[in-house]
Design a protein around this ligand. Structure first.
Ligand code: UDP
Length: 239
């Protein structure tokens, strides 16, 4: 069997947008597919922790633009991520994977509180740990939280899955036809180039702490499994 002390450990960021299949709410078929891919990666001997996004329910900034107070809207956004966590937990357990959900906003009936050392123990025991409610703080994003959790629970890599784009480009590929996909770049390049595919705060945390980040497209049959297993798909960002 796999030795828990030498196993690769990764932090996978999943966007809520992917879970919704392009709509508000959850598409169970999409979540089932993602759960299968995570299960396959985990069975290959990799410890997997997930930070769950919530863009399929609420994004604080968008609600603010429509008149809500930002902080309150952000709390709604964080609560949305927890619904995604429970859906992912359900489909992972159906795949035979043991899981624990830990949330940054305490809600004892549905999840454990975020306890980093306990999360590490779960991972060592072969459980997938799913982190919900972001950082528990308004004005943060789940991208930034992914970098923070990856650092705190000592992951080898942070895997930023993106919906509708398969890596980092020189410009926005949806609006600029001259945009070219990059296989590799440095955090400094990402920050100075203002490449917004991932938050600046996430790039900056990874840069300061030398944590390699893989930015890859979630679309396709097995992209998540491949990223978990350490394949160089997408774009690798390093110091
Ligand atoms: N959010 C927050 N603090 C956090 C993480 C998330 O306030 O630490 C809120 C914020 O409003 C955000 C929403 O939760 O818009 C959903 O998260 P995010 O937009 O990162 O999800 P994704 O785009 O990855 O689906």
């Amino acid at each position: 069997e796999h030795d828990p002390h030498t196993q690769r450990r990764v932090l996978l960021k999943l966007s809520g947008e992917a879970f919704g299949g392009g709509k508000v709410g959850l598409d169970p078929d999409v979540v089932r597919g993602i759960a299968r891919q995570i299960a396959a990666g985990q069975r290959a001997g990799v410890q997997v922790a997930v930070v769950m996004g919530g863009g399929n329910f609420f994004r604080g900034v968008e609600m603010q633009q429509r008149g809500m107070e930002r902080a309150r809207a952000d709390y709604m956004g964080m609560l949305g991520t927890v619904m995604n966590c429970l859906a992912l937990q359900d489909f992972l357990e159906k795949e035979g994977v043991d899981t624990r959900v830990q949330t940054a906003i305490t809600m004892g009936q549905v999840a454990e509180p975020y306890i980093p050392r306990r999360a590490i123990r779960h991972l060592e025991k072969g459980r997938v740990v799913i982190f919900g409610a972001g950082a528990g703080m308004p004005y943060f994003s789940t991208d930034t939280v992914s970098a923070q959790r990856a650092l705190e629970i000592k992951c080898d890599n942070v895997l930023m899955s993106k919906h509708g784009v398969d890596g980092v480009y020189t410009a926005d590929p949806r609006t600029d036809e001259d945009a070219v996909k990059l296989d590799h770049l440095t955090f400094t390049e990402a920050l100075t180039g203002n490449l917004r595919v991932v938050d600046a705060a996430a790039f900056s945390l990874c840069m300061d702490n030398d944590l390699p980040m893989l930015v890859f497209g979630i679309d396709g049959e097995d992209a998540i499994t491949r990223a978990i297993r350490g394949e160089r798909i997408g774009t690798l960002v390093t110091s």
